[in-house]
Design a protein around this ligand. Sequence first.
Ligand code: MG
Length: 390
Amino acid sequence: MVTFKPTPRDNGLAAWACHAGASRGRRRPEPPAPTRSDFQRDRDRIVHSSAFRRLVYKTQVFLNHEGDLFRTRLTHSLEVAQLARSMAYSLGLNEDLVEAIALAHDLGHTPFGHAGQDALDACMANHGGFEHNLQSLRVVDKLEQRYPNWDGLNLCFETREGILKRCPLPQAEAWEAEDPRGVGHRFVAGLQPSLEAQLTNLADEIAYNAHDIDDGVRSGLLTLEMLNEVALFRRFRQETLSDHPDLATLHPRRLLAEIIRRMLSAQVYDVIANTQRCLAQDNPTSVDAVRHLPPLVGFSGEMKRSSAELKRFLYRALYRHPQVSATTDAAKQVVGELFDAYRDRPSELPADYARSSDPMRALADYIAGMTDRFAIREHQRLTGKRVFPD
Ligand code: MG
């Protein structure tokens, strides 16, 4: 018989952290695993899920087939996990829990990133809409089918709470009615999630702001000159060039990597210092105390302004770039026409989706689960149209 030995990290958790031994548990009780904590077990279940494997072929900003080196949902999720873990360690938070939340946070994303979500939401306008945060929870609660006696992965409350970053109030109220004090409760009661959830949320933002610069420059849509209008970038570009003056001409890729590395470090240290300040001030003695306080994880005021400026720049110069918008329009067309095609010919759906008592929701689940390339193939098969070049 193997006995569970707590890792040194478990012993080093602060009072405000989520302790695996004090978890609010799973919806269906299970005996503890002999060698892993409950949050480690959640992370492992997520890594072994089908939805997790599909992330590798789902768009972050650039479509999967546009280049092999661009981020996908999978590599994005791994970067979020890395950032969240390294910040969690310094804050005495549970690294296993932030890792589980980070790896699962984007499981509900449709193919083609936000364009796919917007198109699917429009298709579902009269059937309850579509939102990727809700869908991520739905994937781990219901759609994964890997256990003999229940749907979903049966994850711990704390992991599910972290995955549900946002939730419209009517949905939260409906959940609260059927599952009082469950994951909908905080949206109804105006409470905060755990610090691990707050931290992973911020790590997501830090990760995509950084890697979208990298991918944007790699794609040729952004240049270092354009990025110079962003104060945070300018500051670390000047700093890097004064330390390594020849990088600009000899190694522009190394220059960019070093600027991004310094930007990331500055943001990570800022979050840690500012959050430590907030924690010292409010000194929560339990996760429950955390839930009743204002958000405690965050940037300093100055870094918040810098991050907002960077985000505005990326929005304008990259996400709204005509070349990105062209693929966005094509992606919306694929998702919209796929939806119509399956709705009109449900026999084209796999049997368990076609049998559902809620056919529109089952259709949204099926399309949301698709990878970019599967959606493109299915669209071509059902409509005869070729929207994306090979
Ligand atoms: Mg994300």
